[in-house]
Ligand binder design. Sequence first.
Ligand SMILES: [Zn+2]
Length: 254
Amino acid sequence: MIKHIDDHYPLVEEDRLVTEELTVRQLTGRDESHLVALSGGHRLQAAAADAFLSLQSMALEEGYQLAIASSFRSFERQCVIWNGKATGLREVHDDQGREIIMARLSPGEKVHAILRHSALPGISRHHWGTDIDIFDEAAMPDDYALQLKPDEVTEGGIFDPLHCWLDEKMAMDQSCGFFRPYGIDRGGVAPERWHLSYAPCAVHCESACSEGMLERILAGADIAQWEFVSTYLPELLRRYTEVPVDWCLKRYRN
Ligand SMILES: [Zn+2]
């Protein structure tokens, strides 16, 4: 939940703790000292990493090779993605996977097109070290290029069986604390069945993200389309950052 009034936060105090464990800098992807390494160059908070390894072992017993495509992502990396998309250096796709011709769009249309699939720097759940994009390595044919697109994870897709198994485990609270913040299309971020979030840590990160903090950090960065973003920031955060409170089971919520 994004807080809309931020009177208690007159300055960005970068090293102030905003959760029990994370500083402003860590929460926004500009300090990586809270992370531990997993194989494949991936990094997560220690508790999330342990939980992932447990979930991976459980999956293996069922014949799934649970693998991470993306874990922690830095503020700097998210800036490269955002600015690349906003300036036409990176492709932006519609819900059907077709390329959008960005040069034809107004600033507002550009921002909405990007936010459907990519977060603003400072706001990505991948900054927290709690969130991962996953796939089933055992289901991939040789030399298959992973895409993380809807047809891979919906009915008939190569990763659908893994996700159906995960759905069952989540419903029974046997998914080691992992749930789906973007499971359903609510008109903001496109559904991402492959995106899992470690609820015991992520719920604290969610409530620590305040509008004032994000605005100050973004204002000091080089963000393409900043004029539009800064004007409509509260609306953009509500639509593209907030997730339904029931994304995870009740016992994990604050
Ligand atoms: Zn993701």
